[in-house]
Design a protein around this ligand. Sequence first.
Ligand code: ADP
Ligand code: MG
Length: 382
Amino acid sequence: MNGGVIAPGAWLGLLGGGQLGRMFTMAAQSMGYRVAVLDPSDRAPAAAVADRHIRGECTDQSALDELARLAQAVTTEFENVPARSIAYLAERCRVSPRADAVEVAQDRIREKEFVQSCGIPVVPWARATARAEIERAPAELFPGILKLSRLGYDGKGQARVASREEALAAFDAFERRPCALERLAPLEREGAVIVARRAPGDLVHFPVAENRHARGILDTTIAPARIGRELAERAAAAAERIAERLDYVGVLCVEFFVLPRGELAVNEIAPRPHNSGHFTIDACITSQFEQQARILAGLPLGAATQHCPAVMVNLLGDLWRTGAPDWTKVLARPAAKLHLYGKDEPRPGRKMGHYTVLAGHVETAIETAEAIRAELGFQARA
Ligand code: ADP
Ligand code: MG
């Protein structure tokens, strides 16, 4: 179901209650919407700020019915929402993104085939859905990374493999579930482009961001990315092409690699706002979450223009080893913005919050972000 503008005051719905949902909820509420969150956990970060919390799995039909009765439009905040649940809701209310687009992004094999079908390069790879496919994979794929095709995130469901033998062993350890085998690429940089799209030709992209990962988890985002204009334009054009070809409605993140000689390869796409777009909250005219709310409500997109350079640093549970950090060390810097997600169990590797530093120059933002990191007493996870 589709239609026109859903006016502020109405209910919007959200599948999933994590931090991305929390930031969406806050953005939607600031425009006057009421938000209902469907999540099984009493402690879901988005549920704590939502106007209504429907406790249930996103596969629970009666919970979906309740959400669809209340909300005029529903969106998602995590990647692995079953496409069937989205399709079920779509018969009852407006839903974005659509199930078919989410399905492509949920499956690495389909995702890579799709990106290639758009004429956009990916790193050399092969399907690994049976031992025989690994046995005949080209030698150039080693050393490589074997990635589960479905349900991986933050580096989980991946194994670095030096040889074909290791790939076969890793495939067995993954219980021979479908995988993609990728060549371990020499990464000059990693980046991401976030696109907000309502309809054909009606889309904007945020400035291209540069990402640094540590142990498979995003550590730092630098925006704008320190890459040449031509490369940034190529990355943005690729992201927009993907959004157009998917006929995507919503906020989409395209992660890419910069390879030697300025070659670009798309790594993966996420059918939702993304950790590497958190800088948009403090540094852009419209945040990625506000764009998500606008699109859902049928409102015009806001400008994605960035006010000033920004650096975002993730705060993982590791930092809580000796209790909650002293946040005045962040806030003593007047151009640093602290975001905590209200999670009460700081497990290692768990995303607890982030801070964003704004500055007139990107190098100044990096320096301040690193100084805060040192004062908090943590390094990027080696
Ligand atoms: P996730 O779903 O966990 O984000 P990714 O496929 O994005 O999985 O991999 C996580 C990180 O691992 C990437 O951001 C990158 O740093 C590294 N990585 C992934 N694939 C490759 C590759 N083919 N070559 C080199 N590094 C890679
Ligand atoms: Mg990734």
